[in-house]
Design a protein around this ligand. Structure first.
Ligand code: ADP
Length: 630
């Protein structure tokens, strides 16, 4: 069972893959695979066994051909010897006169020489009654063939019957195995007067078979082993023994006095090739030999080449083992592959799930955001509406502030206007008297004073008009210098009443400001009035109005030496209706209106403590085009 980490599914239960049901289908599949594996192994094993048996049989056949050829060549070499010897004049003379001792001796010597020359075992001459009269082994004394009678041997009777004879068996005299070839010796009358026989030893041939990979066995027609690379198998019968066979064997005395036994053996086909299952002579076990056999009809032999099957089976087993290892490796590889594929599939599923989860969350989040966005948009719209209302309220408040200022000013105005009016009246009265006296020069002075007073009064009137006017919607460029005189006039009464001393510090080449003149003046009047309020009754009543260009801005600072703004209320002094002044003394609108006006111009207003006293700084942007009218 595979489990995706729980963190992937925060919203609910962790994602789980369905457990792999090891159902009946899988069981059948496993069984089928096992059966298939078994089949492959069985087929592989039988193929390997068949292959190694076939290869062994091919090797045995090759060895058999070589063995048979060698045997045939060896026998053929000696087959003609009796014929040739029989044709010799000396032999014919001897069989005609067997009593000739000198001739016998001469023949003996000649046969001895000839026997050594052709590498045969023995050459000997017999009379028609079977008695041997000359032999190559004449020197052996009692062991010599001379004087022995071999009439019982088939090769003798064959030669006496006129044909060439051949026979193999153990020499009854020598006890040595050999192959016998014979031929008749014809007398002068043309009759058969004797027999010449050549015996070829087989030990030498047998020797050459030993030590090889395979065993070589030569059997006679009765199935008895006559030659063998395995000495313990000699004279044993490979065929089931029968009386008849035994009688035939005994009649020829082929095996002289050798003990005749059986070699229990079972002929069978194994993996498509003939196999001899031989019971060991001690009877304790069996050995399988792959057998290739061929008959040599002329010699009367059957040659068997036997290859030990155990070695071949060992090789086949090793091949099967290799196959098993290979299959195991392949199965392991397949298992790893399957495992990897499964992991990859699970990983892909996990990724797919994680992606889907992510998309789901993104969608949920997007929906949330859309909701928040809608709410924000609604709030923004509401705020804009509120702001619009606020601005409208502020505009009215500005107007209210102006009216309040006008109200405040009206008292001062009446004082300001009444004073020059009274003075003008005095000057006019004096002028009339002086004219009457003919003092026109002083009368003119008086009239000039009157004119000056009238100018002052008209200035006050202009100020009132400007203060009452609605502010322009867009601020233009304004020269600070041009505002100052009028501003001073407006605040003069307040300054005078508080005993404050206003000092102006504005450099000549100051750039024009991006502001409306009336509203800027209103701001300045507010700040100066507040400063005058602050210093009233104090020993140091100096108020400074300074202006400096700072980059793209002009900073106008109004500084006094009053008590300053306590930090506790510094945050709130720009709020509408915030005032520390007593009832009727202040509305708490001055700084609030001033801040709105400055903000409208794109500037800032701030207050800071300045040693003893307060400093209000109004920063306004420089007007974009120099010379544009306010
Ligand atoms: P008002 O003058 O009617 O009180 P303002 O908005 O002009 O309203 O001022 C608000 C408050 O700011 C004042 O009540 C005063 O406490 C404080 N303030 C303004 N200017 C100064 C100053 N120059 N020194 C000390 N306090 C000041």
């Amino acid at each position: 069972m595979s489990v995706i980490p729980a963190r992937l599914g925060q919203s609910g239960t962790p994602f789980r893959f369905a457990p792999r049901a090891i159902g009946r289908g899988r069981l059948w599949l496993a069984l089928a695979l096992a059966a298939l594996l078994g089949l492959v192994l069985w087929t592989g094993a039988s193929l390997a066994y068949r292959h190694y048996h076939a290869a062994g049989f091919a090797r045995a056949e090759t060895a058999l051909r070589l063995t048979v050829n060698a045997l045939q060549a060896d026998l053929a070499r000696h087959e003609v010897v009796p014929q040739l010897v029989g044709d010799l004049d000396m032999l014919q003379r001897l069989v005609a006169d067997p009593g000739d001792a000198a001739l016998r001796q001469a023949t003996n010597l000649w046969l001895e020489e000839e026997n050594a020359a052709i590498g045969a075992s023995d050459i000997y001459v017999m009379l028609p009654d079977g008695e041997t009269i000359a032999a190559s082994n004449h020197r052996l004394g009692p062991g010599s063939f001379v004087g022995k009678n071999f009439s019982y041997r088939p090769y003798f009777s064959d030669a006496m019957n006129g044909g060439p004879g051949r026979f193999y068996g153990i020499g009854t005299t020598s006890g040595v195995r050999g192959y016998f070839f014979s031929a008749p010796v014809l007398g002068r009358s043309g009759r058969i007067a004797g027999v010449v026989a050549v015996k070829v030893g087989v030990d030498r041939i047998e020797q050459s078979w030993r030590g090889g990979e395979h065993r070589v066995v030569v059997t006679d027609p009765e199935g008895r082993v006559f030659m063998s690379s395995e000495p313990s198998w000699l004279y044993r019968s490979l065929e089931p023994p029968t009386e008849e066979r035994l009688a035939r064997t005994l009649s020829t005395r082929r095996y002289a006095d050798a003990a005749l036994r059986d070699l229990p053996m079972d002929r069978r086909q194994s993996f498509g090739v003939p196999v001899f299952r031989v019971t060991d002579p001690d009877g304790k076990g069996t050995h399988d030999y792959i057998a290739a056999s061929e008959t040599m009809p002329k010699a009367g032999w059957t040659v068997h080449v036997l290859l030990d099957a155990a070695n071949l089976r060992q090789e086949a087993r090793m091949a099967v083992g290799s196959l098993v290892l290979l299959l195991c490796a392949a199965a392991f590889g397949a298992l790893v592959l399957v495992q990897r594929r499964r992991q990859a599939t699970e990983r892909i599923a996990m990724q797919r799930f994680a992606r889907a989860e992510l998309e789901r969350r993104v969608e949920a989040r997007t929906a949330d955001l859309a909701l928040v966005n809608d709410r924000l948009e609604r709030e923004v719209a509401e705020r804009r509406a509120t702001e619009r209302e606020l601005r409208a309220a502020q505009a009215s408040l500005v107007q209210v502030g102006k009216l309040a200022a006008l109200g405040q000013m009206s008292a001062a105005l009446s004082h300001e206007i009444n004073q020059p009016l009274a003075a003008a009246r005095n000057y006019a009265d004096s002028a009339a008297i002086l004219i009457e006296r003919g003092d026109t020069a002083r009368a003119r002075d008086n009239i000039l004073q009157i004119l000056s007073l009238v100018d002052r009064m008209s200035a006050i009137g202009r100020h009132l008009r400007d203060a009452a006017a609605k502010p322009p919607s867009e601020p233009g460029g304004v020269a600070l210098q041009s505002l100052l005189a009028e501003t001073q006039t407006i605040v003069a009464a307040r300054l005078a009443s508080s005993g404050a001393d206003l000092r102006i510090d504005v450099p000549a080449g100051l750039p024009r400001l991006r502001a409306g003149p009336t509203r800027l003046q209103q701001v300045l009047v507010n700040l100066i009035t507040n400063a005058a309020d602050a210093v009233e009754g104090l020993p140091e009543r100096r108020i400074t109005l300074s202006a400096r260009q700072e980059g793209g801005f002009v900073a106008i600072r109004v500084r006094d030496h009053g008590p300053g703004v306590p930090p506790a209320i510094a945050e709130r002094i720009f709020d509408p209706f915030f005032t520390t002044k007593g009832m009727g003394a202040g509305l708490g609108l001055g700084l609030s209106i001033s801040a709105n006006i400055v903000r409208d111009f794109g500037g800032t207003i701030a207050c800071r403590a300045a040693g003893p006293g307060a400093e209000f700084c109004v920063r306004l942007p420089v007007a974009p085009t120099v010379g544009s009218a306010a």
